[in-house]
Design a protein around this ligand. Structure first.
Ligand code: 8OG
Length: 168
């Protein structure tokens, strides 16, 4: 019996960096509520991935990136009975922005030292790919979940379009 793709969406994630620290938000609602994550969400109809990333930063923490650095693409495939949900997430770094980072109805922001990232309060897959992104590497990663419980995954670190490392 075949499975059906029920949902396929494109999302964004932005990691702000400042003086050896990364900004993570505690999400107050939506998928990943209570977890720490980068800033992001769904790309709406009629907007580009970059426009969506900028809009989400303004909405969630009131800061507008001056420049976004594209770091890669994540593929999340979630199996639920005979349904499949696919999420493609474009990941960016941001080192310069306008406005002061503020808490909003959606998110509470916290700065973490790169050595003190709260991996146990983040999506299970993050520890496999985020360290590369925070070091400025470009990645492509794919993860399979069963009802959002991680089953397996694969991370490729890319350099000038060339695969340099694969991790399962
Ligand atoms: O607005 P909404 O709650 O739909 O936002 C979901 C955000 O969560 C979006 O930015 C994409 C992100 N996201 C997933 N899965 C994972 C994951 O495994 N790790 C991380 N870091 N983010 C994820 O949907």
């Amino acid at each position: 019996m075949s499975s059906q793709v029920q949902k396929a969406e494109v999302q964004t994630l932005v990691y702000f960096l400042r003086r050896g620290k990364v900004l993570l938000i505690e999400k107050k609602r939506g998928l990943g509520k209570g977890f720490f994550n980068g800033v992001g969400g769904k790309v709406h109809k009629n907007e580009s991935v970059e426009q969506a990333a900028l809009r989400e930063c303004e909405e969630e923490i009131c800061a507008l990136p001056k420049k976004l650095h594209w770091q890669g693409l994540l593929e999340f495939i979630n199996y639920k009975k005979r349904e499949i949900e696919m999420i493609y997430v474009h990941v960016f770094l941001c080192k310069k922005w306008k406005g002061k980072v503020k808490e909003t109805e959606e998110a509470k922001p916290f700065w973490f030292k790169l050595s003190e990232i709260p991996w146990d309060k983040m999506w299970e897959d993050d520890k496999f790919w985020l360290p590369y992104v925070l070091r400025g590497k470009k990645i492509f990663a794919s993860f399979k979940f069963n009802r959002w419980k991680l089953i397996n995954g694969n991370v490729m670190v890319l350099e000038n379009g060339r695969k340099i490392k694969t991790r399962n």
